[in-house]
Design a protein around this ligand. Sequence first.
Ligand SMILES: *Cc1c(COP(=O)(O)O)cnc(C)c1O
Length: 379
Amino acid sequence: MTTIPFNTPPYCGREDEYVLQAIHSHKISGDGAFTKKCHAWLEEHTGTAKALLTTSCTHALDMAALLCRLEPGDEVILPSYTFSSTANAFVLTGATPVFVDIRPDTMNIDENCIEDAITERTKVICVMHYAGVSCEMDTIMAIARRHGLLVVEDAAQGVMASYKGQPLGTIGDYGCYSFHESKNYSMGEGGAILLRQDDPRAEIIREKGTNRARFLRGQVDKYTWEDLGSSYLPSELNAAYLWGQLEMAEQINAARLHSWQLYREGLAPLKEEGLIDWQTVPEGCVHNAHMFYIKARDLDERTALIAHLKANGVGSVFHYVPLHSADAGLRFGRFHGEDRYTTRESERLLRLPMFYGLKDSEVEQAVDAVAAFYRGGRR
Ligand SMILES: *Cc1c(COP(=O)(O)O)cnc(C)c1O
């Protein structure tokens, strides 16, 4: 029996060479040749007006929150079923997260719960595209336009995924990508912010609140402190690693989708018999196989399944204790409406191994282990 990890960081083969090139170019701080290549790739492949690499998706979200010019007391509507960074970015500006329920089929924000949560303090809707499957963006953008709200997309999991032909992260005002080692494309720790309309404030915020970028382009003769900001630009060493991944993005994506499809076929009988549930990919959504997850009947069954999989050499994880029930969520935010699905569905969800380099035989082993759990009377 081989032990299958839940995740292994992506590696394509040329990353070493690129990192060495960065070292020997004597340019290892940010915004060198590799960062520029990554910016060009992101802008070309998404069609966004401007893309900037950041030190993480968390920092891309922080930048987005600053770009939204929020003030204490302003409100941001977002799902509770998401990573802490989605809410934390807005709390740092003094705004209040207002959590609403999710849809059980995609685990994304329920677009039908948004409008009822809008007050005169609402400034932003922040969506998160879970598992690289898009939220219902036409409806959400229409609500935003009707109420004059900004839209931030936490597209940490959405690189190379799209909604009705539009890449995730380019539909709202600001899109945030993650290149953490657990994501489809990686630089260790890193991310990017995508701007639907270029805004000179973005590079100022990213460069410690200074106009250093304009200075380096020779547009001003000295650089000074102009606005709020922090150090959000990653080193060339990280960008070089990322370049080794982005140039292989099609291959990585195809390999992940292949594994995803194998899971789907292998687990179809259990799904048909109603023993497990899984994600829905609505029409118009092209996903990127960021995850393969299933849903057990309830928390107890999931706990038993995780133990069974572990005993059979299969790493599986669950995540996202709903933010509205976490300490910080209780302190900084509030839930609007009824929690029909957020808590219940989060307790059922289980992620199976999914990474670039996952072997077909490993998917089969994972599928067999899940099937043995449901068929072997171990429930
Ligand atoms: C991974 C992730 C983040 C954080 O990304 P980092 O690059 O690690 O900061 C934020 N939001 C979501 C939805 C994520 O999946």
